[in-house]
Design a protein around this ligand. Sequence first.
Ligand SMILES: Nc1ncnc2c1ncn2[C@@H]1O[C@H](COP(=O)(O)OP(=O)(O)OP(=O)(O)O)[C@@H](O)[C@H]1O
Length: 313
Amino acid sequence: MTTNTHSSAVPVPAPAAPSPDDPNGNRNGAPAVRVLTVRGLTKTYGTGDTAVDAVRAVDLDVAAGEVLLVMGPSGSGKTTLLLMLGALLRPTAGSITVTGREGRDVDIAKAPEKQLPALRSRTFGFIFQDYALLDALTATENIAVAANLAGTTGPHAHQRATELLNRVGLGHRVAARPSQMSGGEQQRVAVARALANDPPVLLADEPTANLDASRGRDLARLLRHLADEDRRSIIIVSHDDRLREIADRVLWLEDGRFRQVAALAIDPVCRMQVEPSGPHASWRGDDWWFCSDACRHEFLTQPERFAGVPPPG
Ligand SMILES: Nc1ncnc2c1ncn2[C@@H]1O[C@H](COP(=O)(O)OP(=O)(O)OP(=O)(O)O)[C@@H](O)[C@H]1O
């Protein structure tokens, strides 16, 4: 029996998990300017019998201009990790060292509470699944508010907002309110807002979850472009396979730890990534792997249909 190499179930190349001696895991081995250095990062919610170890001793290095995609099953700790990286949630243990543009290192895990807003504003831009725009404000005003918080005020804030809207391809929507815009447009406004403070790192939680295939792909390309053009680092937490196309590295989080996975396969029915160890079927000499018995059953009723599905993209 051969391992399936058919187009719709090609085992996905192993998501490289960082190893203790190479947490950077650079693809091309080029010297990288490090922006974030994470060591032993741990978060435990609650105490005693009800304690949940959401993130367990994670090590990670992030280089300037790198797009990092963190994937993993529901409840594996992705959002918890992202919130800690963005100084929105205090770790239980470990360090998150930010190397500023001036080369000074700050451990945001240990920084006093009162310094966190300024650290966040200097370092991070946030992009959320639901865009989190204020509907009472226009696109320009949404971004200008973020520019105000970062210290740019008056006409300069509006000018910056307009420039950023142009940059994300929304120069013609400056006066639109979020409710008058498509999901894709709203997410672009959210990206522009995340750039208002010119942060070296963008953190995105499921940025394409509410977008259709083509808008999701456009958004992914925009993020890649921002990383390449500005040398901005982008850390994305997502279940969305489309984002693999733009990622320099894909890390697989499971039970709060990065996991070295030999190879993942695509379930040909639901298109989820699956480990080649669960429900399985052989068809015409190839192996197929599924997320559930239901998908396996559906496949076996009409294998020609699913085996012929081209891969996404
Ligand atoms: N505030 C909280 N209090 C207690 N437990 C929490 C809290 N937030 C998250 N958890 C638990 O921590 C674990 C990791 O949750 P987290 O939301 O980080 O996972 P996730 O990978 O982002 O999940 P999803 O993909 O479903 O969003 C889960 O077991 C979750 O139930």
